[in-house]
Write a protein that binds this ligand. Structure first.
Ligand code: ZN
Length: 202
């Protein structure tokens, strides 16, 4: 049915109403003046439906599950993971925005595997999103579920809704940050976190 476009990862498509998306995509194509029967477009609605199931899979996932299997450690210094790549969809335009998340936290006895941090970023990214909310959701989840002393999240991203339409500012990078706990209350700790998170670039 599709031209070698069936790799949808481990996405559970049963959670999504694929026929409804197909119908809607077909209507959009007709509404902009396309012929939905021409060869190149015939399978597009079905393809887009499966793509949306993948891009929005985070809606059907609770990122907290990645923090169930944390380790208990004596370590209580800052843990930093920089340059976690992510792709998300701007909820205002349904266009992609993408970039990197940088995450730091100071544990209070519980640490999490680095791959789990990346999973959490992805689970929150794979839904209609705003960069500001993405930043906050990642930080709050770590703060609450790890009972961390402090969490800092910085996200740098480019928004295609700014580059291909509207103000057309390619290359503009949006930076958002959320600092919680000791990262908010202690200036020295916050400064250290920001330096580590940004590689001392600012
Ligand atoms: Zn947008």
């Amino acid at each position: 049915m599709h031209d070698n476009d069936n790799d949808n990862g481990n996405v559970d498509e049963s959670k999504v109403d694929l026929p409804a998306i197909e119908k809607a995509v077909k209507q959009i194509l007709q509404a902009v003046g396309e012929d939905t029967q021409r060869e190149g477009l015939r399978d597009t609605p079905a393809r887009v439906a499966r793509m949306y199931a993948e891009l929005f899979a985070g809606l059907h996932e609770d990122p907290a599950r990645y923090l169930d299997v944390d380790f208990t450690e004596k370590y209580d210094e800052m843990v930093v993971l920089r340059d976690i790549p992510f792709y998300s969809m701007c909820e205002h335009h349904l266009l992609p925005f993408m970039g990197h998340a940088h995450v730091a936290y100071i544990p209070r006895g519980k640490v999490v595997g680095l791959s789990k941090l990346a999973r959490i970023v992805e689970a929150f990214a794979r839904r209609p999103q705003l960069q500001e909310r993405l930043t906050l959701q990642i930080a709050e989840m770590l703060m609450t579920n790890l009972d961390a002393k402090g969490v800092g999240v910085i996200i740098e991203a480019t928004h295609t809704c700014m580059t291909i339409r509207g103000v057309k500012k390619p290359g503009a990078v949006m930076v958002t940050s959320t600092m919680l706990g000791i990262f908010r209350s202690n200036f020295a700790t916050r400064t250290e976190a920001v330096n580590l998170l940004t590689g001392g670039n600012r």
